[in-house]
Write a protein that binds this ligand. Structure first.
Ligand code: ADP
Length: 892
C-alpha cells in the first residue's frame, strides 16, 4: 500500500532531519514514527502505539505540543538531536494537506530556550578544523559570542578544557578525539566540505556583510584553520536554526598567549570551575567566590576565571574598580539591589533576533530597561577608569523602553498568537475590535438571561467549544421545555446542547473580532520584536556592561565578606603572601579554624644572572594530612584570583604576574579514565619540564609517588634539579620524601618548609602551620590510627618501625650519589650495593640496608689464625679492591 500523502510528507521531512529525532506536529501533538518512535519510547519514556493498524502498522509515539520544551530537554540530555517539524500554515486555511516544515534542529550546542539552558554557564558549540596548527571556533548561540583561534594540536585538549563546549563539530573523516577530552560533550560529524577554506571565508563574509575578515583581526594565511572552523560553525547554525542569526554580528580572534595559560590537568586539579569528584560548580573555586546576582554576571565571572589576565595594567584596572566598590559599601549594596531586578538580556536578545522571543521576553527587556537609569546614575562620577567606562557603555535605550512600556501589559504570556498582552489605548483598531468582542460577549450574557426567562429553565447556560462554537446547554430534566427554534447539536450524558440562528449570527461577529484581535496583537508583537532587534547592538553592549558591573561588585562583596585584601600585582617574578588562606577551605570549613600561612618565593632568573635567590623552589615536607596540598594549592589559587583582578584571601600579598600555572598531583586516581596513573603523572611532569618558563608557577604534589620508592625519589630529585637549573620558576613541591630536603644544602635556590606537628601524650596534633626547615618524621602510623586502623595493626607497625630505625642507625651501604660529572652536568644515580664512589655524595635514609661484599669478608676474617704480615696483605688487597671499584663507578 503506498504511503498516505501525510506519511509521504513525513518521510521527506525525516530525510531532511538526518539523524535527528523528527518531532512531527499533528494538531495538538508532536508525533514520532518508525525507529524514532522506538527510540523515543526508550529514552523519553513515551508509550509506543501504532498508526495504520492492520497489515503494516507504523510504530508511533507522541506528546502534547505544550510539552515540547520538556521533551526537547530530555532529547538533548540523552545525547540526541531533535528536529521540530511544524505546521507552517493555518489548518483552517489550508487547502488539502497542511504544509509542514522543519523550523529548527535542536542539539546541546544550539539551544536558545531558557528552559533548556543553565543560566550560570555559557553554552558553547565548538568546531575543530584539521591542520597544524588546528583551527578552533566556538559560539554561544544563546548570546551570540563567537570566537576563533589557531592552536598547536598538542594544546587542543587544554583549549577544550578551557572553553568547555557542550557540543563539538568534527569533519566526517577526522580522527576521533581522545575520550577524556570529549567526556560529557556531544560530538556531531559534519561533511568535510563544511570545513573548506574558501567556502568558509565566503560564508563568513556573506553573513557579516564584509569584504574581508581582516577587519575582525584575522588573516587568511595565518588564521586559515580558525576561519575554516568558524565557517563550519556557521554552516551548522544555518542548517539547524533556519532563522535569522543577526545577533551573531562579529567573530572575535582569541589571542592565545595574552592570557594566563592553564592546562587541562591543572584546571582539573585546582578545581577552578568544577570539583574533581563530581564535576559540579558548587565546591569549586568559582562556586565559592561567585557572589554575582545576575546570570550574565555568573557567566562572565566563569569566563574571567577560565581566562585570567597577564597584563599588569589590565589587572590593575579591574582591581581599581573592585577597590572603589569595596570602599563604597552602600553604593555596592545599592548597585547589587538594582542588578537583582534585571533579566538575562543577552539570552533574551538572542531569542529576539532569531525570532523566537515571546511577549513575556519583550516585557522582560522592558523591565530591565526600567531598572537601568537608576543604576547608571549611581555609577556617574566614579573614580576608577573601568567603572566610568562601563557607565558610559550603558545605553538607556529610551526609545525602545518608551515603546515597550506603552505597548505591553505588565504581565505578558508566553504565547504570541493568542493575544492578551497589548495594553488598551496603544492601538486604535485593536481597541475597537476588543470592544466588539466584549460587546458580543455582553450580548451572550443577556441572551442567556432572556432564554431563562422565556423557557422558565433556570439553569440554561451559554457555553463555547471549538467544534460547535457558542451553544445553549439544557439538562435532560428540562428537555420538554425546549422551544422550537432551538436546534439540537450535541447530546451529553446529562445535558443537551442547542444553537439558535441568533446565537450563530452573534457568534460570527465575536469570533471574527477575536480572531482579528489576535492577528492584530501578533502583528504588533512582531513589530515590537523588530524594534528590539534593531536596537540589539546597543542592548548587547549595555548587557555586557551590566554583567561586568555585577562581577566587579561581586568581587567587592566577596572581599568585604571574607576580609580579602587588594594584592599588589607586579611584573617581577616574585610571590609574597602574608597570612594566606585557601579560598575554598576558608569558606567551606568551620568558620575561624583555617590556619593562615605565609609564602615567599622568587624566580631565579637565568636571564638576570640570578644565582643568589634562596627561594625559587620551596620543598614542603610533613606528615600526611598536615596540610601540604592545601598550602601549595592556596598559593596557586591566590595567584589566579589576583590575575582575574580579585582581592585575595591574605593579610598582604605581592603577586608577580604568572604566565602559566602548572599543578600536578602524584598518581591521582585516574583509573576511571583508563590510563596508567604513573604514566599520566610522568606525561604531565614531562610537559611541565618542557614548557614551564621562568615566569611560570609550578605546584607539584607528591610527584613520583606512583612508582617504587627508588624510582619515585630519583625522579622527584631529578625534577627538582631540572627546575632549579634550567627553568628557575617559582615552584612549590610537597613531598613525603624527606631525603629531598638535603637538596637545600646543594642547590642554592631551594628552601625547605615543613608543616608543624605537635606530639602530645602519644597523639599527633596537626597545627597546619608552615614553618622553615625540613620535617623530621612522617607520622604515617599516627595518621593510620586517626583513620581507624585497628590498634593491633598500629602497635605492630610501631614495632616494625622501631626495628627498621634501629637497623638504619647501624648504617647501610646503600648510597644515592649525586655527582658532578666532568662536563658539569649533575647526575643522580641510585646504586644498590656497589662500593662508594669518589665524588660528592649524600646518604639517603629510609632505604633497606644491603651490605657491601667486603664487609662480609672482613667480618668473617679470623684474626687469630693470621700472622701480622698476612693481615697487612689482606688490608692492602681490600684497599686495591676499593680503589678499583671507585674507578669503575665514576660517571661515564
Ligand atoms: P597533606 O597534603 O599534607 O596530606 P592536606 O593539605 O590534604 O594534607 O590537608 C589535610 C586536611 O587538613 C585538609 O582536609 C584540611 O581540612 C586540613 N587543613 C589543611 N590545611 C589547613 C589549614 N591551614 N588550616 C586548617 N585546616 C587545614
Amino acid at each position: 500500500m503506498p504511503p498516505t500523502p501525510m506519511m509521504q510528507q513525513y518521510h521527506e521531512a525525516k530525510q531532511a532531519a538526518g539523524d535527528a529525532l523528527l518531532l512531527f506536529r499533528m494538531g495538538d501533538f508532536y508525533e514520532l514514527f518508525h525507529e524514532d518512535a522506538k527510540t523515543a519510547a526508550r529514552v523519553l519514556g513515551l508509550s509506543l502505539t501504532s498508526r495504520d493498524k492492520g497489515e503494516n502498522p507504523i510504530p508511533m509515539a507522541g506528546f502534547p505540543y505544550h510539552q515540547l520544551d520538556g521533551y526537547l530537554a530530555k532529547i538533548i540530555a540523552a545525547g540526541f538531536r531533535g528536529a521540530v517539524c511544524e505546521q507552517v500554515e493555518d489548518p483552517r486555511q489550508a487547502k488539502g494537506l497542511v504544509k509542514r516544515d522543519i523550523t529548527r534542529i535542536v542539539s546541546r550546542g544550539t539551544v536558545t530556550d531558557d528552559a533548556l539552558l543553565d543560566p550560570q554557564t555559557s553554552n558553547f558549540l565548538l568546531a575543530v578544523a584539521p591542520g597544524e596548527p588546528c583551527g578552533l571556533a566556538w559560539i554561544d548561540i544563546s548570546t551570540g559570542r563567537f570566537e576563533a583561534t589557531v592552536v598547536p594540536s598538542e594544546k587542543l585538549g587544554d583549549e577544550l578544557a578551557r572553553i568547555s563546549p557542550v557540543e563539538i563539530l568534527l569533519g566526517e573523516s577526522a580522527d576521533s578525539l581522545p575520550a577524556e577530552w570529549t567526556e560529557g560533550r556531544m560530538i556531531s560529524r559534519r561533511p568535510a566540505w563544511a570545513f573548506g577554506r574558501e567556502a568558509a571565508v565566503a560564508a563568513l563574509m556573506k553573513h557579516f556583510g564584509t569584504q574581508s575578515l581582516e577587519g575582525f583581526g584575522f588573516s587568511q594565511d595565518d588564521e586559515g584553520p580558525a576561519l575554516q572552523a568558524a565557517g563550519a560553525v556557521l554552516d551548522y547554525l544555518v542548517e539547524t536554526q533556519k532563522t535569522s542569526l543577526a545577533h551573531i554580528d562579529r567573530l572575535l580572534p582569541y589571542g592565545v598567549g595574552t592570557r594566563l595559560e592553564i592546562d587541562e590537568a591543572t584546571r582539573r586539579s585546582l578545581e577552578i570551575s568544577q570539583t574533581m569528584r563530581d564535576g559540579r560548580r558548587e565546591g569549586s573555586l568559582l562556586g565559592v567566590i561567585d557572589r554575582t546576582v545576575t546570570s550574565m554576571g555568573a557567566r562572565l565571572l566563569g569566563d574571567w576565571l577560565a581566562n585570567p589576565l597577564t597584563d599588569v595594567q589590565a589587572i590593575d584596572a579591574r582591581l581599581d574598580a573592585v577597590a572603589e566598590l569595596h570602599a563604597e559599601t552602600s553604593l555596592t549594596a545599592d548597585l547589587r539591589q538594582s542588578l537583582r531586578q534585571i533579566y538575562d538580556v543577552q539570552r533574551l536578545l538572542a531569542r529576539v533576533t532569531t525570532g523566537r522571543a515571546t511577549p513575556r521576553d519583550l516585557s522582560f527587556v522592558a523591565r530591565t530597561l526600567a531598572c537601568i537609569p537608576k543604576l547608571k546614575a549611581k555609577l556617574a562620577g566614579r573614580k576608577s577608569a573601568r567603572l566610568s567606562q562601563l557607565e558610559g557603555r550603558i545605553d538607556l535605550c529610551g526609545d525602545v523602553r518608551s515603546k515597550l512600556d506603552a505597548a505591553l501589559e505588565d504581565e505578558c504570556p508566553l504565547a504570541s498568537r493568542d493575544g492578551g498582552f497589548i495594553r488598551a489605548g496603544y492601538h486604535a483598531e485593536l481597541d475597537e475590535q476588543r470592544e466588539l468582542m466584549r460587546g458580543g460577549k455582553q450580548w451572550m450574557a443577556e441572551y442567556q438571561a432572556e432564554a431563562v426567562e422565556r423557557t422558565g429553565i433556570a439553569n440554561i447556560k451559554v457555553g463555547f467549544n471549538k467544534v460547535f462554537g457558542y451553544y445553549l446547554e439544557v439538562t435532560h430534566a428540562h428537555r420538554d421545555k425546549i422551544p422550537e427554534d432551538f436546534i439540537r447539536k450535541q447530546t451529553l450524558k446529562n445535558a443537551e446542547r442547542y444553537i439558535t440562528p441568533e446565537l450563530k449570527e452573534h457568534e460570527e461577529k465575536v469570533l471574527a473580532a477575536e480572531e482579528r484581535c489576535q492577528d492584530l496583537e501578533y502583528e504588533l508583537f512582531v513589530e515590537l520584536r523588530g524594534l528590539v532587534a534593531v536596537a540589539a547592538r546597543r542592548l548587547q553592549a549595555t548587557a555586557e556592561a551590566l554583567a561586568e558591573i555585577d562581577v566587579l561588585a561581586s568581587l567587592a562583596e566577596l572581599a568585604r565578606a571574607r576580609s580579602y585584601v587588594r594584592p599588589r600585582v607586579v611584573a617581577e617574578s616574585v610571590l609574597e603572601i602574608e597570612g594566606g588562606r585557601h579560598p575554598v577551605l576558608d569558606i567551606t570549613g568551620t568558620e575561624g579554624t583555617f590556619v593562615p600561612n605565609d609564602t615567599s618565593c622568587e624566580a631565579r632568573l637565568a636571564s638576570r644572572g640570578d644565582a643568589a635567590v634562596q627561594s625559587a623552589i620551596l620543598l614542603i615536607t610533613g606528615p600526611n594530612m598536615a596540610g601540604k596540598s592545601t598550602y601549595i594549592r592556596q598559593v596557586a589559587l591566590i595567584s589566579l584570583l589576583g590575575q582575574i583582578g580579585s582581592f585575595v584571601p591574605a593579610a598582604r600579598a605581592t603577586l608577580g604576574v604568572v604566565d602559566r600555572i602548572f599543578a600536578r598531583v602524584g598518581a591521582s586516581d585516574d583509573l576511571a579514565r583508563g590510563r596508567s596513573t604513573f604514566m599520566v603523572e610522568m606525561t604531565e611532569t614531562a610537559r611541565i619540564l618542557n614548557t614551564a618558563t621562568e615566569r611560570s608557577l609550578v605546584i607539584l604534589d607528591e610527584i613520583g609517588r606512583g612508582t617504587s620508592t627508588y624510582d619515585g625519589l630519583s625522579l622527584a630529585w631529578a625534577v627538582v634539579e631540572h627546575l632549579h637549573d634550567h627553568v628557575g620558576c617559582r615552584t612549590l613541591f610537597a613531598t613525603h620524601y624527606h631525603e629531598l630536603t638535603d637538596l637545600e644544602d646543594s642547590l642554592d635556590g631551594v628552601g625547605n618548609l615543613n608543616v608543624a606537628v605537635k606530639e602530645w601524650q602519644g597523639e599527633v596534633v596537626f597545627l597546619h602551620q608552615i614553618v622553615p626547615g625540613a620535617a623530621d618524621k612522617s607520622y604515617g602510623i599516627h595518621v593510620a590510627q586517626l583513620a581507624g586502623v585497628p590498634r593491633e595493626v598500629n602497635e605492630r607497625a610501631m614495632e616494625i618501625l622501631a626495628q627498621l630505625e634501629a637497623q638504619h642507625e647501624q648504617g647501610g651501604t646503600e648510597e644515592v650519589r649525586r655527582q658532578k660529572s666532568e662536563d658539569g652536568e649533575r647526575k643522580l644515580r641510585v646504586d644498590t650495593g656497589e662500593p662508594v664512589g669518589n665524588g660528592q655524595h649524600l646518604q639517603m635514609t629510609l632505604f633497606e640496608t644491603v651490605d657491601h661484599p667486603l664487609l662480609e669478608e672482613i667480618r668473617k676474617t679470623d684474626l687469630n689464625t693470621k700472622s701480622p704480615l698476612e693481615v697487612q696483605r689482606l688490608v692492602e688487597q681490600w684497599q686495591q679492591q676499593l680503589a678499583g671499584d671507585a674507578v669503575s663507578s665514576r660517571p661515564r
